[in-house]
Design a protein around this ligand. Structure first.
Ligand code: CMX
Length: 146
């Protein structure tokens, strides 16, 4: 049984969808569909060395779509492309007090890829929940400080 206070804390954990990550072989090629055809506004491309990806950020209302292109053979996105091909890679929820929420998730026996927040795109703090603990979806939690 989840104590009342813990339940309340959990309801406050997710503030909204921050972005949806799409694994692509080439950002340049994928932009032809996502930007030129679908009309999402291109905002910027950045390198995220800690995750071995290049990320193109596209505006989609309150949220963004991130096109993820691997920058190394051992990038998690390269592994995903090899195994499954291009497609939906992860969903990212905005949160605050990320470190505290990670502790609560760990206590609840949720499989965490990152037990501590780490640095992601745009200088945000991020952490991943393993898809095995999330009904087959790779979930990222992110905390912005801007
Ligand atoms: N979505 C859903 N399921 C996924 C997945 C994904 N993105 N990636 C892997 N899986 C599944 C696999 O299909 C596999 O399932 P089965 O055992 O049923 O076949 C299982 O998870 C294990 O996958 P794997 O190929 O053996 O890969 P690893 O365990 O080595 O790595 C993961 C998987 C999720 C732990 C790894 O990709 C990871 O650490 N990801 C977090 C970091 C990341 O993805 N960074 C890139 C984005 C960075 C950014 O946005 O800035």
């Amino acid at each position: 049984e989840i104590p009342w206070r813990a339940q309340k804390d959990r309801r406050a954990m997710i503030k909204g969808i921050d972005h949806i990550g799409i694994a692509v072989k080439s950002i340049d090629e994928a932009k032809a569909f996502w930007v030129d055809t679908l009309g999402l506004k291109y905002l910027r491309t950045e390198n995220v060395p800690g995750q071995k990806v290049r990320v193109a950020v596209l505006a989609a209302g309150e949220a963004t779509v991130e096109l993820l292109e691997p920058t190394a053979a051992d990038s998690p996105v390269q592994k995903f492309l090899d195994k499954r091909g291009e497609g939906l890679h992860h969903v990212t929820f905005a949160t605050d007090k990320l470190a505290g929420h990670l502790q609560a998730l760990k206590v609840a026996n949720i499989g965490l890829i990152d037990e501590e927040p780490r640095l992601g795109a745009g200088g945000a703090l991020i952490a991943f929940i393993h898809p095995k603990s999330a009904h087959g979806v790779l979930i990222e939690m992110c905390e912005h400080h801007d």
